[in-house]
Design a protein around this ligand. Structure first.
Ligand code: F6R
Length: 366
């Protein structure tokens, strides 16, 4: 049932090219210029009317939302907030009839996320759910549903659910731009063609596994790590850090790279592992200077960067190269080596990878 893999997690990491492809299937027009979402049945005029989007989720799904926020804002210029459900549900959020709520939940059963959904519905807010489970509570109770077609995710640590949530969010951002006829809709054909390349690029990214396994063997006795990045790379860092914590039990923190100097540099000492994600063109120089800051303090820097990035290669201790992709879509590819890093660190440390301590696959209590 593990398809020849030692753990479900590794099987599911390797299923991502297929899962991404399935989540795209039928949702891009033949001409490659339109997103098709027949499952969204909004009242006439609603797409134009929305002036605020609240993305609400927990854990890894919240991290997907952090990428989705940036994608939707960029393509639609609608203001998007992205918040963890356990906070959102208790703070009496300000909503109007022009607010859209997007809940993201792999299982469709997470207690806090469902409570937030119910709270919003009670206030008359239209809710769109992005979920992986047909027939789940979220799928039944939301007004509209986008299914991710990751297939059953058995490993507690979420991997293919995350990348397919990203795909759903990119498609939704593009669809909303198209429905609202924003000027950014003109970028759609190039984004859609980029999305179609992702299954193949994900396969390439999976080939980083042997190098990461080797790295993990020398590294897994560390007890702390920092993940840094800016923009979408920061969102990916959050996910890489959570993955490492939850299955390797190493302490990790993700930092917006520009925030390091506001206190955290005190912890950057010799040999502390810093994992830098560097895929965002417009932020490249800024992240590079943050890398130099931590190198000046003798941190050990592992960078996730694009193939052929010589500048990064000479500035860090080790590079994990990922195939070049439109930076807007890079999180889908950049997260893969981070998933593998968490996986191999957990294996080397002798942990129960698929069933980490203190975690449940579906958190149905608050
Ligand atoms: C992390 C993980 C959790 C879940 C979170 C939300 O790998 O699995 O953080 O992402 O409990 O679960 P769903 O998406 O089912 O609402």
């Amino acid at each position: 049932e593990k398809g020849g893999y030692d753990h479900f997690m590794l099987k599911e990491i390797n299923e991502q090219p297929r899962a991404i492809r399935d989540t795209l299937t039928g949702r891009i027009s033949e001409e490659g210029d339109q997103v098709i979402f027949d499952e969204i049945e909004w009242p006439a005029g609603f797409a134009e009317q929305i002036d605020r989007i609240h993305i609400v989720a927990c854990g890894t799904s919240w991290h997907a939302g952090m990428v989705g926020k940036q994608a939707i804002e960029r393509l639609t210029r609608i203001q998007v907030d992205c918040e963890v459900a356990s906070e959102y549900r208790y703070r009496d959020p300000i909503v109007t009839e022009n607010t859209l709520m997007v809940v993201i939940t792999q299982s469709g059963e997470t207690a806090d996320t469902m409570a937030a959904l119910r709270e919003a519905k009670a206030k008359g807010v239209r809710v769109l759910a992005i979920t992986n489970v047909v027939g789940s509570s979220a799928a039944r109770e939301a007004d509209d549903v986008i299914f991710t077609w990751a297939g059953p995710e058995i490993s507690v640590a979420s991997t293919k659910a995350y990348t397919t949530q990203l795909i759903a969010l990119y498609l939704f951002a593009g669809w909303l731009a198209q429905e609202r006829k924003t000027p950014f809709a003109s970028e759609l054909p190039s984004i859609l063609s980029g999305l179609k390349q992702l299954p193949e690029l994900a396969s390439h990214a999976l080939q980083t596994a042997p190098a990461i396994e080797k790295f993990a063997k020398n590294w897994a006795d560390k007890n702390h790590a920092f993940f840094i990045g800016r923009g979408m790379d920061y969102a990916v860092s959050l996910e890489g850090s959570l993955k490492l914590k939850e299955i390797s039990y190493m302490h990790a923190e993700a930092y917006a790279a520009g925030e390091l100097k506001h206190g955290t540099l005190a912890l950057i000492v010799e040999d502390i592992p810093v994992i830098a994600v560097v895929t965002q063109e417009q932020l490249y120089e800024k992240t590079l200077s943050n890398i130099k800051e931590v190198k000046a303090r003798d941190a050990f820097v592992l960078a996730v960067a694009f193939d052929g990035d010589e500048e990064i290669a000479k500035s860090v201790d080790q590079v994990i190269s990922i195939p070049r992709v439109n930076p807007f879509l890079a999180p889908v590819i950049a997260v893969i080596p981070l998933q593998l890093l968490a996986y191999y660190a957990s294996v080397v440390r002798g942990n129960d990878v698929d069933n980490p301590r203190n975690l449940a696959k579906s958190v149905t209590v608050e």
